[in-house]
Structures are given as structure tokens and as C-alpha cells.
Write a protein of this length. Structure first.
Length: 136
């Protein structure tokens, strides 16, 4: 098991963590299998994207349209922390990701990066937990 720590700015901050995952994988004895990644916390998510400025903006825009910040969410009424939108966005994208591992390398598309997305309404310190599971 390994852990990765990342500082974020919140508000759909999209951070490329591919190289951080790679450097952890290099320390692993298991060379064939899958890497399971999980971000702890209910206002962040993991996914993959082609990490380029246009798509980052497109992603932020579509998320804003789907789940706007300023709606009167029940969560905000109950807790007053104003981040109902962040919880909903995180649930929609999901907290985990599985990436195949072959010959000690992550199996990713040429333009596919692993990203942490922080949806919270403030900067956060995030922890991503990784486990490598042996395959054939
Ligand atoms: Zn909340």
C-alpha cells in the first residue's frame, strides 16, 4: 500500500497525478496486476483525462452546468458549509480508479492521464491511497 499527498485549490481543481503514481509503482515488487487508487474524502474524485488546458476548462464548464454551485442544496441547509455542489460532483465522478499494470508500467492511453479533481469550496490537502493487486 502507498499514499500520495497533494495540495489543491478546490473549486474543481484538476491535478495530474500520473507521475506521482508512477514513482510509487516503481517501488512495488508486483509487476503484473492492477493498481487500485482511492481518494479519501467526500468532495474529491479520481478519473482520467487528456490533461490539456482546453479539456480542463471543458470539464469544469460541463460540471458547473450539471451541478451548479449556487443552488439551494439540502446539504447546505443542514450543515451550512456551502459545499453541497462539491459532494454531488464527487459522488458523480467517483472516488476510485483501477489501472492495469503490465511489466511494471501503468497501462494508459498515449494522451490519458490520471487526475485528482478537488470539488470542495476551499483549498485542501488530499490523500490518495493506492494498492497494487497481483494478476496473471
Ligand atoms: Zn459538506
Amino acid at each position: 500500500m502507498f499514499k500520495i499527498h497533494v495540495s489543491t485549490r478546490g473549486f474543481t481543481d484538476i491535478i495530474d497525478i500520473t507521475s506521482l503514481v508512477k514513482s510509487q509503482i516503481e517501488k512495488e515488487k508486483i509487476k503484473e496486476g492492477v493498481v487500485c487508487l482511492f481518494v479519501t474524502g467526500s468532495t474529491a474524485a479520481l478519473t482520467t483525462i487528456e490533461y490539456e488546458p482546453g479539456l480542463k476548462k471543458d470539464f469544469q464548464e460541463i460540471i458547473n452546468q450539471l451541478i451548479p454551485e449556487n443552488k439551494d442544496y439540502y446539504h447546505n441547509q443542514k450543515w451550512g458549509d456551502g459545499n453541497g455542489f462539491a459532494h454531488l460532483r464527487a459522488s458523480l465522478i467517483g472516488p476510485s480508479l483501477v489501472v492495469p499494470l503490465e511489466k511494471g508500467q501503468l497501462v494508459l492511453g498515449t494522451w490519458q492521464q490520471i487526475v485528482l479533481v478537488d470539488f470542495d469550496n476551499r483549498p485542501r490537502e488530499r490523500e490518495i491511497v493506492g494498492v497494487v493487486v497481483k494478476g496473471e
